[in-house]
Design a binder for this molecule. Structure first.
Ligand code: AQP
Length: 355
């Protein structure tokens, strides 16, 4: 049973990387299989508790951004993570499945914790287990994300595999698994959790900072000039593109010529992703031209794509009750899927059910 799950943290504004790398790619999937899109507010407290009112507001803002980008609550389940308790419950169980050594290898923890690891929250360390729970509480098979989440998705598969293996006989005896689609591999005959497939493709899997082509565009970068926020107005977008770091050379006519030119590569990639074209096609039009010509064209394209979305987000944010109603409906639908799955998981483990 194919099912898509993905999410974004409500920590400040969504930026072009979140949009091109994740949300915009979710839209066509809505017509292909069941889709669940979560505002992952429980993840948003791992790097320190944000101001409570800001967290509430950002949760609504991310929901509005989803809808403005084309996620339709009639087609997809949209909800906020903290309201479906099964995420936290399954994350605890996965804390007992995942090994310390697996989590010690996670590069995002090392980057986010920095030098002061002793002072990082346990939640930040265990973040990938919660992410695995987000996905597997729905037995989701496909997860469209940016490239930075690749390692976490591998961990999700490791957790699913270990659970399936450790409880293989029990899953078979209870008759609640699905037959292993590739019986020759190391997994048991019956699986409870699917081996989730990451969907990381296209020209925008890793949008880089506008100030440094070797760093990921990120909400937590202290420089606002490093990213284009979905809420930026036309003048701000134009200013940020104009100020984007580049090198002095003209654009090459072949993609190979972008090698060792991270800033040029990034801007061409952004143009390609927004226009729905390949980098080759963009260079066919702009190869040999200077950044003084390319940047205004990129700014115009970004403004014409983002402005209608920003306007729609503002309109949606004017009716908070409507946003809350969408989330409430999503919470009910998400719970209806996750509750029976957690019931199965408790039975598999052997937790005595006395309710
Ligand atoms: N620069 C990026 N390029 C492509 N995709 C990106 N994503 C994030 N940055 C880029 C994708 O957006 C989705 C949601 O990410 P998130 O907000 O849940 O977490 P994040 O990856 O931690 O986002 P940020 O902006 O980098 O936040 P901070 O600064 O707090 O770390 C994911 O699918 C992610 O891949």
């Amino acid at each position: 049973q194919p099912r898509v799950f993905s999410g974004v943290q409500p920590t400040g504004n969504l930026h072009l990387g979140n949009y091109l790398g994740a949300v915009s790619r979710w839209v066509p999937l809505q017509d292909q299989m069941p889709t669940i899109f979560c505002v992952v507010d429980s993840h948003a407290i791992t790097a320190g508790f944000p101001d409570p009112e800001e967290l509430t507001n950002a949760t609504r803002e991310v929901t509005a951004a989803y809808m403005a980008a084309g996620i339709d609550p009639k087609k997809s389940i949209i909800f906020n993570q903290s309201q479906v308790r099964e995420h936290a419950e399954l994350a605890w169980i996965f804390n007992c499945v995942a090994r310390m050594g697996w989590l010690n290898r996670m590069t995002q923890f090392k980057e986010k914790a920095g030098k002061n690891r002793e002072n990082a929250s346990v939640g930040l360390f265990a973040y990938p287990n919660l992410m695995a729970a987000d996905i597997l509480a729905y037995r989701a098979t496909h997860v469209p994300v940016g490239d930075d989440q690749k390692q976490h998705l591998e961990l999700t598969r490791d957790i699913a595999a270990k659970f399936n293996n450790d409880f293989g006989d029990r899953i078979k005896d209870l008759g609640i698994g699905v037959p292993n689609p590739t019986p020759s591999n190391e997994l048991p005959e019956y699986l409870y959790f699917p081996m989730t497939e990451p969907m990381i493709a296209g020209p925008a899997t890793r949008i880089m900072s506008l100030r440094d082509g070797t760093k990921k565009m990120s909400k937590s970068d202290p420089s606002d000039l490093s990213r284009i926020n979905l809420t930026d107005d036309a003048d701000t977008i134009a200013k940020k593109v104009k100020k984007a770091k580049t090198d002095p050379d003209a654009l090459p006519s072949e993609v190979a010529g972008l090698e060792d030119r991270p800033e040029a590569d990034n801007l061409v990639g952004i143009y390609a992703a927004i226009a729905g074209r390949t980098k080759e096609e963009v260079l066919k039009d702009f190869g040999g031209q200077q950044f003084s010509t390319f940047k205004p064209a990129l700014a115009e394209l970004a403004v014409s794509t983002l402005s209608p979305m920003t306007d729609e987000m503002r309109r949606l944010m004017d009716d908070k009750a409507q946003i809350d109603a969408v989330l409430k409906d999503g919470v009910e639908k998400a719970s209806a899927i996750a509750e029976p799955i957690l019931k199965d998981v408790r039975r598999i483990i052997g937790f005595l059910d006395v309710r």
